[in-house]
Write a protein that binds this ligand. Structure first.
Ligand SMILES: [Zn+2]
Length: 225
């Protein structure tokens, strides 16, 4: 299973968390060189010493509302504080999206390599499962991206072991695996309407952060396209 939290909501949350972190970073930047404690006392105006109240200590927003001045003595407060907070907000969101593909580890793009003399065919994407006895559930229909008919070069062959490697084929079609996709064993069903002929490609949508009671291993090495 993958997370179903809308990414816009999640981005906002991470951004706000970044702002709060930036606010704390400002305290650290100011106090550590002056050998002051980062936990106490409360933040105060460096000019008049008036304690900054909670509602005047909201990251970025308070600085904007107070027009960059101390509420008490009206001395300008450096925009550096708001800039550090904003930078942290954006950096946190960027870091999340940079790291996200690794943590959810759903393969984002599945490429199919097909050798066919037909000039038209469709690909149905099915997730294999019980589904009340149906055996599979259709999740998408895709069309080839390659120019048809598509003739592929001969596969690389090892005569001694009779091993075939068709990795030298060109990509025929691809499926952008949605973030909401359920991990598992999938089937790409190829159908050519001219003769009614069909073929199947098995593939796996992986999610390394998933946990299951039953583990199923596919025989990837012996499957033939
Ligand atoms: Zn002041």
């Amino acid at each position: 299973m993958t997370d179903a939290i809308p990414s816009s909501f999640l981005s906002l949350f991470i951004f706000l968390f970044g702002l709060v972190f930036g606010s704390f970073l400002n305290v650290v930047i100011y106090r550590i060189p002056r050998q002051l404690s980062v936990v106490a006392p409360r933040s105060a105006c460096p000019n008049c010493g008036a304690a900054i109240r909670a509602f005047d200590n909201i990251p970025v927003l308070s600085w904007v509302l107070l027009r960059g001045r101390c509420r008490n003595c009206r001395t300008p407060i450096s925009p550096r504080y708001a800039i550090v907070e904003l930078l942290c907000g954006f950096l946190f969101v960027a870091a999340y999206y940079y790291a996200a593909p690794l943590t959810t580890s759903l393969s984002l793009l599945t490429a199919f390599k097909i050798n066919t003399p037909t000039s038209t065919y469709t690909i149905g994407i099915f997730r294999i499962g019980y589904y009340g006895g149906l055996g599979a559930r259709k999740v998408a229909t895709i069309t080839p991206s390659a120019k048809l008919p598509q003739s592929q070069p001969p596969c690389i062959t090892d005569v001694a072991t009779n091993l075939y490697d068709c990795g030298n084929w060109a990509v025929s079609a691809s499926w952008n695996v949605p973030r909401t996709a359920v991990s598992g064993v999938y089937l790409a069903v190829l159908i050519r309407p001219d003769t009614g002929g069909a073929s199947q490609i098995t593939f796996v949508v992986r999610n390394d952060s998933s946990t299951s009671d039953i583990v199923f291993q596919t025989s990837e090495e012996t499957s033939q396209a």
